[in-house]
Ligand binder design. Structure first.
Ligand code: KG4
Ligand code: ZN
Length: 344
């Protein structure tokens, strides 16, 4: 089954064609970084407008790169939420109209569920059950992935998401947006032991996180000792990253050990972080735990993960109704749709 995936929840317009929820024929991502960069963060109204301009060309490019025409598409999967409503609506309405015009089934997919299942597109993919850390710009949480469509949240951040902390610290250091990748690169040149920042919740046994204290600690440090040299910037970035990585890796491995699960997975935008990938692999190997990390191209927002996730719903005969709506927040990632559901 060839599924066309569409994603527009934040600042990336993406479309992909995935065969049988596993083989990616194309995955096109049009980034809006240049548009939002001068503002140091995503400007929702600008983001929606950019999506309107990009959506049709991006879908056309995804079909062309897959070597297919619209006649070869068997179903459409689109992000329904959570995200910025104005942005979600662009992809969602496009997908509805596309499916309606061509008489195709379509399903709304939860963005977080898409991220969680992105690791199933890795080679090799993890077997169920596994414990997954989803760390992105809007969410940081740990899930027990029991089976396809069955998973429970074990813990989540009580304030900022890990990616949000990266973006805010990058802004404090005047490094630009989005901050994660910039800090990641800078941290590789810094000394993580020169400035030791707080590790919030590291001592707590539960799987919850908190990153606002760390963010404040970096802010206070910068105010008291303004970085003067490139090395100062790199050392602050390295110290901050070391604190984030310590907490994320410890919590994920602790959560897996607590339920005696021998496999962990890392997904979401922050999963692209080199320091995090390396440390998780090393610490898990030491503990005899298998590690699966989403492919680099599928860590950030993309439509391949949405198509892969939607495939399982479409395969079971699900199709969302035309009056389904987007949602800005969800209490937890929705399971793949049942035949009656709309994915909410
Ligand atoms: O998953 P994603 O693309 O969008 C959301 O669903 O939020 O994640 C974006 C977040 C941003 O906060 C960005 O700074 C962070 O992922 N990020 C990184 C890296 N690349 C992106 N954080 C740390 N290291 C990276 N290499
Ligand atoms: Zn995302």
């Amino acid at each position: 089954m060839n599924v066309l995936g569409i994603e527009s929840s934040c600042d990336e317009t993406a479309a992909a064609v995935v065969v049988d929820g596993r083989r990616i024929l194309s995955s096109v991502v049009a980034s809006q970084i240049a548009v939002h960069h001068p503002y140091g963060g995503v400007v929702p109204e600008l983001a929606s407008r950019e999506h309107v301009e990009a959506i049709a060309p991006v879908v056309a490019q995804a079909l062309a790169e897959a070597g297919l025409t619209a006649d070869h598409i068997d179903g459409v999967a689109v992000t329904q939420g959570p995200g910025l409503v104005g942005c979600l609506l662009v992809g969602f309405c496009f997908a509805k109209a596309y499916a309606f015009a061509r008489g195709l089934p379509w399903v709304g997919v939860d963005h977080l569920a898409g991220h969680l299942y992105s690791v199933l597109l890795a080679e090799p993919a993890p077997r169920f059950p596994f414990v997954a850390l989803l760390a992105s710009g809007g969410h940081t949480a740990i899930y027990h992935m029991e089976a396809l469509g069955r998973y429970t949240m074990l813990g989540q951040t009580r304030d900022d998401a890990a990616g949000e902390a990266y973006d805010k610290v990058a802004k404090m250091l005047g490094l630009g947006y989005p901050g994660g990748e910039i800090i990641d690169r800078l941290a590789a040149q810094g000394d993580p032991r020169r400035f030791l920042f707080t590790r919030p919740y590291l001592d707590k046994s539960q799987s919850d996180f908190s990153f606002s204290g760390l963010k404040t600690a970096v802010y206070r440090h910068i105010r008291e000792y303004p970085p003067a040299t490139a090395q100062d910037h790199a050392d602050i970035a390295a110290g901050f990253q070391e604190a984030v990585v310590d907490v994320l890796v410890h919590k994920l491995l602790y959560a897996a050990a607590a339920i005696r699960c021998p496999r962990v997975a890392l997904v979401g935008g922050v999963a692209a972080n080199r320091g995090l990938r390396e440390r998780l692999s090393a610490d898990a190997a030491f503990k005899g735990i298998e590690v699966y990390i989403a492919p680099l191209s599928l860590c950030g927002d993309n439509a391949a993960m949405i198509a892969a996730m939607g495939y399982h719903s479409l395969k079971s005969g699900a199709s969302s109704s035309l009056d389904a709506d987007v949602y800005s927040r969800s209490p937890k990632p929705a399971a793949p749709e049942s035949k009656e559901g709309s994915g909410k």
